[in-house]
Write a protein that binds this ligand. Structure first.
Ligand SMILES: Cc1cc2nc3c(=O)[nH]c(=O)nc-3n(C[C@H](O)[C@H](O)[C@H](O)COP(=O)(O)O)c2cc1C
Length: 184
C-alpha cells in the first residue's frame, strides 16, 4: 500500500459559515487516497507575545505539535484588506517559534484563496507566499488558486458547484504529487 501523507489545513477565517472552510472541507473530500486532510484550528491561539512564550500556553503547544507531526501544510484563506487575515498571520507566527524550531520548516505547502469578490484574494495569496518563503515552506507554484465568486460555489444544501469542482480536483491531485515529491 502506498504511503498516506497527513496534511494540516489552516483556514484563515473563524466565521461559522466561512466559504474558505467549506472549500477546505470540499478539498478533503476530493483528495486522492494518499492524502489525509485535517483542519487545524487557530481560533483559540492567544495573540503571539514573546513574553508569554517563555512558558507557552497549551494552545501554542498543541498547534505547534499538530503542524510538526504533519507531512504537509495547506492554507485556505480569505483576503482582508488586500492581505492575510490577522488570525492566520498570528497562527503562522505562533508556529514559527521558538526561534530555530519552526514547525513549518520544510513542509510542502500550497495556498488557495477564496473570496466573494472577483479578484479571488490574490493579495492575501501572495502576501502569504512571502512569509512561506522565509519559513522554508516549498510552496506549489501551479496551479495558482484564486477562487472568486465564493457565494456561488455551493448550493443551499452545501453541494459544491460543478463549475469549480474540476479545478479543485486538479489542484488537490497536483498537490498530492507535490507533497510526495517533497518528503525528506
Ligand atoms: C475586515 C475585512 C476585510 C476584507 N477585505 C477584503 C479584501 O481585501 N478583498 C476581498 O476580496 N474581500 C475582503 N473582505 C470580504 C471577505 O472576502 C468576505 O467577508 C469573505 O466571506 C471572508 O471569507 P470567509 O467566507 O471564509 O469568512 C473583507 C472582509 C473583512 C471582514
Amino acid at each position: 500500500m502506498s504511503q498516506v501523507y497527513s496534511v494540516a489545513v489552516v483556514v484563515g477565517s473563524l466565521r461559522k459559515e466561512s466559504f474558505n472552510r467549506k472549500v477546505a472541507r470540499a478539498l478533503a473530500e476530493l483528495a486522492p487516497s494518499n492524502l489525509k486532510l485535517t483542519i487545524v484550528e487557530i481560533g483559540d491561539l492567544p495573540l503571539y507575545n514573546e513574553d508569554i512564550d517563555v512558558d507557552p500556553p497549551a494552545a501554542y503547544k498543541t498547534f505547534r505539535e499538530q503542524v510538526r507531526t504533519s507531512d504537509a501544510v495547506l492554507f485556505v484563506t480569505p483576503e482582508y484588506n488586500r492581505s492575510v487575515p490577522g488570525v492566520l498571520k498570528n497562527a503562522i507566527d505562533v508556529g514559527s517559534r521558538p526561534y530555530g524550531q519552526s514547525a513549518w520548516s520544510g513542509k510542502p505547502g500550497a495556498v488557495i484563496s477564496v473570496s466573494p469578490g472577483a479578484v479571488g484574494g490574490f493579495g492575501a495569496n501572495h502576501h502569504l507566499r512571502q512569509s512561506l518563503v522565509f519559513l522554508d515552506v516549498p510552496c506549489m507554484q501551479q496551479p495558482e488558486a484564486y477562487i472568486g465568486g465564493a457565494a456561488t460555489l455551493f448550493d443551499d444544501n452545501g453541494k459544491l458547484s460543478e463549475k469549480v469542482r474540476p479545478f479543485l480536483q486538479g489542484f488537490i491531485d497536483k498537490y498530492a504529487v507535490w507533497v510526495e515529491r517533497h518528503q525528506a
